[in-house]
Write a protein that binds this ligand. Structure first.
Ligand code: GDP
Ligand code: MG
Length: 344
């Protein structure tokens, strides 16, 4: 990758941005080098995760939010990353998303990127993080990340966001309970979309009860919904005081979108004032370093220690001749001696 391409990205060239995103997504050497350089220019973007079950209206909501953010903040740029691991690039929800997102295409300050596959960069969360770093460096002030609220990988994806919006629709209490058990805890804002349908107020009440229960429980346990970021406790003084608001929207009619946008911007202000913006940034940097450290230590280890040794130790352990701990000690000793030799 040439520095000309990076410069073009810095100047707002969309083609350059698109090419760099692809390089990063494919994990090419050039892409990784670009990411390293661009990282130094990140730290500004407000990352907003939108999650919820398929069909709840996430894409419609993201579309409306992008428009409203641009209307309120005409000098700011909006990126959208649509993460859908379940659907192949050619079909399913993503195609629908693309069609629906078409009406954003006239705005050159909005950039949409769909991501359907796990690329070279390990998990979806890492991939999403890398792409949002590129957007961040390219001067995008808001990065909206849409993901299906289905499993751990989606929780990981939204964990990298500053603000997590969980979208639900009116339905039976049973529905809500089964979908939201784990995901409610990560919500900063709850949205009951399709508020034009019957049962909205029951949904709101139900969510409210669940939030209050969960909130009381987390306070009793001495933790709160940002417990993942406890390592930076000195910044957390005001952290337990954001109670996730519940908003009603009709995304396809643009109803409730101004209010939602207001709450999103308030949440960003709250994060900055309480020190949590800083704490989240630090936590994600810590996680990033740890991840790369583990990967590179493991790579070293695999180079230093022959697979035969590992295999024979596995056999010894299976015979109950030695414990797994003993096997680890042998491997670490071998690794240490071997890397000392090679570095002399
Ligand atoms: N009645 C109603 N339909 C909506 C609303 N928001 C979105 N939809 C429709 O619900 C369907 C699924 O929306 P989509 O945004 O693709 O959901 P996603 O799968 O969560 O991204 C589409 O046909 C939308 O037009 C809403 O507020 N009310
Ligand atoms: Mg969608």
């Amino acid at each position: 990758m040439t520095s000309a391409l990076l410069d073009a990205l810095r100047k707002g060239n969309r083609l350059a941005l698109s090419r760099i995103l692809s390089q990063v997504e494919n994990g090419t050497e050039a892409g990784m080098a670009a990411l390293e350089e661009l990282f130094l220019e990140t730290g500004n973007a407000h990352k907003i995760g939108i999650t919820g079950p398929p069909g709840s209206g996430k894409s419609t909501l993201v579309n409306a939010l992008a428009r409203e953010l641009r209307r309120r903040e005409p000098n700011k740029k909006v990126a959208i990353i649509a993460v859908d691991p379940s659907s192949p690039f050619t079909g399913g929800a993503l195609l629908g998303d693309r069609v629906r997102m078409l009406d954003l295409q006239d705005d050159t300050q909005i950039f949409i990127r769909s991501m359907a596959s796990r690329g070279a960069l390990g998990g979806l969360a890492e991939q999403t993080e890398a792409l949002s770093q590129v957007f961040d460096a390219a001067g995008y002030d808001f990065v909206l990340i849409e993901t299906v609220g289905a499993g751990q990988s989606e929780v990981d994806v939204v964990n990298l966001a500053h603000t997590t919006i969980v979208v639900d629709t009116p339905g039976t209490g049973d529905d809500i309970q089964s979908i939201k058990a784990g995901i409610l805890e990560i919500a900063d804002i709850l949205v009951v979309n399709k508020a034009d349908r019957p049962g909205v107020d029951q949904s709101v009440t139900h969510l409210k009860n669940m939030i209050e229960m969960g909130y009381a429980r987390s306070i009793n346990n001495g933790k709160h919904h940002l417990q993942d970021f406890r390592e930076t406790s000195e910044h957390e003084t005001a952290s337990a005081h954001w109670v996730p608001p519940i908003l009603k929207t009709v995304a396809c009619e643009f109803k409730g979108i101004q209010e939602l946008t207001e709450v999103i911007l308030n949440h960003a202000a709250y994060l900055r004032e309480s020190g949590q913006w800083h704490a989240k940034d630090q936590a994600s940097i810590r996680a990033n370093i740890r991840r790369q450290l583990i990967a590179s230590l493991l790579k070293d280890f695999n180079q230093n220690v022959p697979a035969d040794l590992v295999n024979s130790l596995v056999e010894e352990v299976q015979k109950r001749a030695i414990s797994p701990n003993e096997a680890v000690r042998v491997l670490l000793t071998y690794n240490r001696n071997n890397s000392l030799e090679s570095s002399e």
